[in-house]
Design a protein around this ligand. Structure first.
Ligand code: NAD
Length: 422
């Protein structure tokens, strides 16, 4: 098949690599020239384990990147552009609109357009479809249309794309559903075929549920703290119930990233527009906003006044194994520390360049050792593997480790974590 992928971020790049690995001819289109050049050199523009190897294997053979929409000869076009939050929490559709317009100009009979970006229910049929029809002069049905949500986790994007729990195909027409089912068959994953709106909602409901699990664990953690019992012991017992499962029950600094916060916000905004007040989802976000602030409160409670204190923040990406800093809890932690007059030194194995754009004036260390060497306090925000092997007891100046992710357990240095009542 001849496939085009529009947008080469986490979702677009991994989708392109998946279909290239299946032997299809893949064209990756992005408006960002730098990204396109990087991809054509065989280098991944994002840090994602396994991406470089697959890129090197396919680039210049059955995979190529371009800034121009040379998609006339494509059988299937996947839209993978970003759908970030607007300041009011609702979904920004401008990238989706411009991609749909550009595709519409090249659309021909029989071509299939698949929305893979996360879009609020109704978007594919009420926004993308009319643009495609208007620009092409064709009617949906003459071209195929589907919504195929993506469930990958950053840091595990390649693994997840090749080992999905399920493939959801929301189809406008049966032919499109059949072709997509065939395309995904080599994955041997369960395939669920639905209407377009159901597929769109499956994505939001899945992310909202996972975000709710995390905030639920954090709510229980904050109660456990007051009881002086350990939420991790509690959740171990809770997660043994097969109806609940142990996943996403880790209390800590809260969730970040490009998906959970924005998708919950977009669902809240959609619900309100539909005349429903989504109390549960609003509280999920409130708890998530409090958790990183609580880490700083713990630092203050166990160290004292933070004015002038040297605080090393370890882990600036929203989670380990990614350089993505979108909605990272580290940003809230750093803001709270600066408000209290602390001297912040940040370190992250991959996300420092991105974080520096947010906070250009804090100090950055070239390694974890350098960050911790002169620190009074360490706050662990993301549990990168290299932090787990550190011996914090070996730093004579260090007085306190505040651990947002249950990463380490020093013996000499005072250790405080969320959900235990330390
Ligand atoms: P991203 O921001 O990493 O990448 C989006 C890319 O689209 C950028 O490279 C941008 O330059 C490009 N782009 C923007 N407008 C364009 C246009 N008109 N034509 C061509 N390219 C254009 O985004 P992402 O993280 O890959 O997310 C993409 C979508 O997938 C979003 O809707 C997101 O919610 C969803 N999603 C993301 C993840 C994730 O973990 N990142 C997981 C599942 C679903």
């Amino acid at each position: 098949m001849k496939i085009a992928v529009i947008g080469t971020g986490y979702v677009g790049l991994t989708t392109a690599l998946l279909f290239a690995e299946f032997g299809h001819d893949v064209l990756a289109v992005d408006v960002d020239e730098e990204k396109v050049n990087t991809i054509n050199k065989g280098e991944s523009p994002i840090y994602e384990p396994g991406a470089d190897e697959l890129l090197k294997k396919h680039i210049g053979k059955n995979l190529r990147a371009t800034t121009s929409y040379d998609i006339e000869d494509r059988d299937i076009v996947f839209i993978c552009v970003g759908t970030p939050s607007k300041p009011d929490g609702s979904m920004e559709t401008k990238y989706l609109e411009s991609a749909s317009e550009a595709i519409g100009e090249k659309l021909r009979k029989g071509m299939i357009v698949v929305v893979k970006s996360t879009v609020v229910p109704g978007t594919t049929e009420n926004l993308v479809l009319p643009i495609l029809e208007r620009k092409s002069g064709l009617k949906a049905g003459e071209f195929g249309l589907a919504m195929n949500p993506e469930f990958l986790r950053e840091g595990l994007a390649i693994y997840d794309t090749f080992h999905p729990d399920r493939i959801v195909i929301g189809e406008f027409d049966k032919r499109t559903g059949d072709i997509l089912e065939e395309l995904y068959r080599p994955l041997e994953a369960p395939i669920l075929r639905t209407s377009i709106k159901v597929a769109e909602m499956i994505k939001y409901a899945s992310n909202a549920f996972l975000a709710t699990k995390i905030s639920f664990a954090n709510e229980i953690a904050n109660i456990c703290e007051r009881l002086g019992i350990d939420v991790y012991e509690v959740m171990k017992g809770v997660g043994m119930d097969h109806r609940i499962s142990p996943h996403f029950l880790n209390a800590g600094a809260g969730f970040g990233g490009s998906c959970f916060p924005k998708d919950v916000k977009a669902l809240i905004s959609l619900a309100k527009n539909l005349g429903y007040e989504p109390h549960l989802l609003e509280d999920v976000l409130k708890i998530n906003d409090y958790q990183p602030r609580h880490l700083v409160e713990l630092a203050e409670a166990h160290y004292g006044d933070l004015k002038g204190a040297k605080v090393a923040v370890l882990g600036l990406s929203f989670k380990p194994d990614t350089d993505d800093i979108r909605e990272t809890r580290a940003a809230i932690i750093v803001e709270e520390l600066l408000k209290r007059g602390a001297e912040v030194i940040g370190y992250d194995p991959k996300a420092m360049a991105n974080f520096r754009k947010l906070f250009p004036s804090i100090k950055y260390a070239s390694g974890a050792d350098e960050a911790v060497k002169n620190a009074d306090i360490v706050i662990i925000q993301a549990d990168w593997e290299e932090f787990k092997n550190m011996n914090f007891d070996a730093y004579p100046n260090l007085k306190l480790v505040v651990d947002g992710r249950r990463t380490v357990k020093p013996e000499r240095v005072k250790y405080v974590t969320i959900g235990r009542g330390d």
